[in-house]
Design a binder for this molecule. Structure first.
Ligand code: ZN
Ligand code: ZN
Length: 650
C-alpha cells in the first residue's frame, strides 16, 4: 500500500475554505488553469473552434458552445471550468445548457451557471436524476441488495433545478442554430444526442455513446438486464447502444462530438468500428460464460458456435455432502459438519433438522465463500443458533465484517462476526479431511475458495465463480480483473495446479470437473480478451474501463458528528504496468459550505492499490441527515471530476 506522504496535520491545515463558492464559477477572465491539462487539451489548447458559431471546450468532458453575439448555449457543462475560457470567445452570458445525460461529470458545474442565470434543459427521461436526486441517495434499494444498477451512482450529489425537458424528435432553435433532439439510450437509459445545424454544417453531440473510432470511455454503464435484473446483464445495453449509434449515423453528421473522447470527422467509420468490436467482445464473453448454465434461452443464438466452450456434464455428489439453498455442508465420518454460507433462515431450519435426525452431531465451522447477500444474509441468525467459528478469506472478511464501508453489487447490510481470517494457501486438518483456504478472485474480487481432500477426493468449493458452462463474470461491477495471475486467470491457474476431482458451485446441485483442455481454453479466451478490450478503451490497461471501483472511497458510508473532523480514504487501483501519480480532493455538500479540500497526492506502484487520506471538518451547525461527498481525481493524464462518492450520515 502506498501511503499518502502528507501527514494528517498538514492536511488539516490545508483544508480550503474557498474552492467551490459560486463566485468561482462566474465567467472570469481567462487564466492559466492547471486544471485543464488533460492530454488532448495540453496538445491542442482547450478550445476547438468548429465554425463561426460553434466551438468545443475540451476539458475533462467536451462542452459544446453555440455562440450568438456575446451569449452562449452549452451542450453539457462538465465541472464548470469552461466558464473561464468563454471570454476568449466573446461570451458574456450563458443562457442555456442542454444536457445529453445526467452523469455527474457532465453536469456537476451546473449550479454555478444557474446562479448566473442559465436555464437548464435535461432529457425528459432523466429529469428526476437532475432535479430530485435526494430520492436516489435516500433510497435503501439503491444502497443494499443491489441487483439493478440503473441509474448508477454517478448521479449528482445535490439536485439542480431543471427549466425544461426535451425528448426524441423535438427541435429547438437558438440564435443561428437549429438543434434536433435524438433519443440515443445505451450509456444511460435516457441519454439523448443533439444534432446542431449551424454555419452550414451538421455536428452531433452524442454524450458517451462513443469515445473515438471503435472505442468507449468505460463499459460498466452498459451493464443492463433485458429479461433479468441488470446484475445478469454484462454488455446488456450493447444492442440499445448500437441502435442509437445507427440512428446517429442515419443523420449523416459531418462531425461527432462525444462527451469523453475525441471529435470525430468520420462518424460512419467510427460507429461501424465500435459496433463490430462490441459484438466481438460479447461473443468472447458468451464463449465461456457460466450464465449459459442458468439461462440457456438467453444464449440460444450462440449455441454451438465455433470457439464456444461446450458445457461440461455433471457428476454425482460424494456422500459426505449435503446441499440446500446456497449452502454446501461437509460431513465427516463422525458426523461433524462444516457449513458453507448461510443466505436464508431456511438453511438454519434444515441444519436443525439434520441435527434432530442425527445425520449430523454438531456444527464445527462456517466457511464464507463471498460477500453476496444470498450467501451471508442469515449469518447473524446462524451465529445465534450455532456456536462455531466463522472462517473466511481476508478479502471476504473485510467486506462482511463492515458492510457499511462498501458499495458493491448484491451487498448485504448483515454484519458478520469473523473469528478466523485465512491466508491464501493456509492448510489445516479437520477430521479425515485436509482443508486448504484460497483467495479466489473469480465472480468477485472479494471471494475465497476451499479445498477439501480425503483419500482420492479433491473437492474444490468455488463459491459462485464457475458453473459447468464456464466463468461467472456477468456483473462488471463485481470487480473482475483481466490479466495474468489476477481474477479468473488466477483461479484457473489454481485449478490446473490442484486438478480437483470435483468442483462445487453454491447454486448448482451437481458436481463437475474441468478438463485440462477446458482450463487452457478459458485462460486463452481471457488472454485474448485482455488484448481485445485494450483496443476498446483509451486506458493503458482495460481494467480501468471495466472496473468502475478502481477509484473508490473507504469507508463508503460512515456516521459522523457535527463539529468533528471526518476522514475519508480514496483508494485507487493502478491497473497499469507503470507507477502512476494520483491526486484527489473532496467536494463537500452545500450544507457543509460547498467547498473542496486541497488536493492531496500519492504515488501508486504498478498493479497495486494505493490510498490517499482526505480530512475535513464537519460544521458544528450542520443538520442531521445523509450527505454525499464527491471526489475529484487527477490520475496520470486523466482528469476526472466527481468520479467517486462517499456518504456521510450526521
Ligand atoms: Zn456519462
Ligand atoms: Zn455470488
Amino acid at each position: 500500500m502506498n501511503e499518502n506522504p502528507i501527514t494528517r496535520r498538514e492536511l488539516l491545515n490545508r483544508v480550503s475554505t474557498a474552492g467551490l463558492a459560486a463566485a468561482a464559477w462566474r465567467i472570469a477572465t481567462p487564466s492559466a488553469d492547471a486544471a485543464s491539462t488533460t492530454a488532448q487539451a495540453a496538445q491542442q489548447g482547450p478550445l476547438a473552434r468548429l465554425s463561426e458559431h460553434l466551438a468545443v471546450f475540451r476539458g475533462p468532458v467536451n462542452v459544446g458552445i453555440v455562440l450568438d453575439d456575446g451569449r452562449a448555449l452549452l451542450v453539457d457543462c462538465g465541472d464548470g471550468r469552461v466558464a473561464q475560457h468563454l471570454p476568449q470567445l466573446g461570451v458574456r452570458s450563458v443562457e442555456q445548457i442542454v444536457f445529453t445525460h445526467h452523469h455527474r461529470d457532465q453536469a456537476c458545474g451546473a449550479p454555478g451557471f444557474v446562479e448566473s442565470g442559465a436555464r437548464l434543459v435535461a432529457p425528459a427521461a432523466e429529469r428526476d436524476h437532475f432535479a430530485k436526486v435526494d430520492t436516489y441517495w435516500n433510497d435503501p434499494a439503491r444502497r443494499w441488495h443491489l441487483y439493478n444498477l440503473h441509474p448508477h451512482h454517478l448521479i449528482l450529489t445535490e439536485s439542480v433545478q431543471v427549466d425544461a425537458a426535451v425528448s426524441d424528435g423535438q427541435s429547438l432553435s437558438w440564435g443561428p442554430a437549429s438543434i434536433q433532439v435524438l433519443a440515443t439510450p445505451g450509456h444511460t437509459d435516457g441519454s439523448v444526442s443533439y444534432l446542431v445545424e449551424v454555419d452550414g454544417q451538421r455536428v452531433i453531440f452524442c454524450g458517451d455513446a462513443i469515445w473515438d473510432e471503435g472505442r468507449l470511455w468505460e463499459l460498466s454503464s452498459l451493464q443492463k438486464g433485458i429479461t433479468t435484473t441488470d446484475y445478469h446483464g454484462f454488455l446488456g445495453a450493447r444492442e440499445q447502444l448500437a441502435k442509437s449509434l445507427l440512428r446517429i449515423k442515419d443523420q449523416r453528421p459531418d462531425r461527432m462530438v462525444p462527451s469523453h473522447g475525441h471529435i470525430m470527422d468520420k462518424p460512419t467509420q467510427a460507429i461501424d468500428a465500435l459496433c463490430r468490436r462490441l459484438e466481438t467482445c460479447y461473443d468472447k464473453y458468451v464463449a465461456i460464460s457460466a450464465l449459459r448454465h442458468y439461462f440457456p434461452k438467453m444464449f440460444a443464438d450462440y449455441a454451438g458456435r465455433p470457439g464456444h466452450m461446450p458445457i461440461r456434464p455433471g457428476k454425482p455428489v460424494p456422500a459426505c455432502l449435503r446441499h440446500f439453498g446456497t449452502s454446501w455442508v461437509l460431513i465427516s465420518e463422525d458426523r461433524s459438519a462444516v457449513v458453507m454460507d448461510c443466505g436464508s433462515p431456511d438453511v438454519i431450519k434444515k441444519l436443525k433438522e439434520l441435527l434432530a435426525k442425527g445425520e449430523i452431531r454438531r456444527i464445527e465451522g462456517l466457511w464464507v465463500t463471498h460477500y453476496h447477500d444470498d450467501h451471508v444474509d442469515a449469518i447473524p441468525a446462524f451465529q445465534q443458533a450455532f456456536d462455531c467459528p466463522c472462517i473466511t478469506d481476508r478479502s471476504v472478511a473485510q467486506v462482511i465484517s463492515n458492510p457499511l464501508a462498501w458499495r458493491l453489487p448484491c451487498i448485504s447490510p448483515s454484519k458478520v462476526r469473523v473469528d478466523r481470517v485465512t491466508r491464501d494457501g493456509e492448510t489445516w486438518n479437520w477430521h479425515e479431511f485436509r482443508l486448504t483456504a484460497y483467495h479466489f478472485p473469480g465472480q468477485t474480487l472479494y471471494h475465497g475458495g476451499l479445498l477439501a481432500e480425503s483419500g482420492d477426493l479433491r473437492m474444490l468449493f468455488v463459491g459462485d465463480s464457475f458453473t459447468p458452462a464456464g466463468i461467472d463474470d456477468y456483473c462488471a461491477q463485481n470487480r473482475i480483473w483481466l490479466g495474468a495471475g489476477v481474477g479468473f486467470d488466477r483461479c484457473l491457474e489454481l485449478i490446473e495446479k490442484i486438478r480437483p476431482t470435483h468442483l462445487f458451485n453454491c447454486h448448482v446441485d451437481q458436481a463437475w470437473d474441468f478438463t485440462a483442455e477446458q482450463c487452457r481454453f478459458m485462460r486463452a479466451n481471457l488472454a485474448e480478451r485482455e488484448k481485445l478490450y485494450k483496443e476498446l478503451f483509451p486506458w493503458d490497461h482495460p481494467n480501468h474501463g471495466m472496473d468502475e471501483s478502481w477509484v473508490r472511497c473507504h469507508p463508503y458510508e460512515q456516521n459522523v458528528k457535527a463539529g468533528e473532523t471526518a476522514s475519508l480514504r480514496v483508494v485507487v487501483t493502478n491497473h497499469s504496468s507503470a507507477p502512476r501519480t494520483a491526486m484527489c480532493r473532496a467536494v463537500l455538500p452545500r450544507a457543509m459550505g460547498w467547498t473542496s479540500t486541497d488536493w492531496a497526492q500519492a504515488e501508486i506502484a504498478a498493479k497495486a492499490e494505493g490510498s490517499i487520506e482526505l480530512l475535513f471538518k464537519i460544521p458544528a451547525d450542520v443538520r442531521p441527515g445523509r450527505y454525499v461527498v464527491a471526489v475529484d481525481l487527477r490520475y496520470h493524464m486523466w482528469d476526472c471530476p466527481q468520479i467517486a462518492e462517499a456518504i456521510l450520515v450526521v
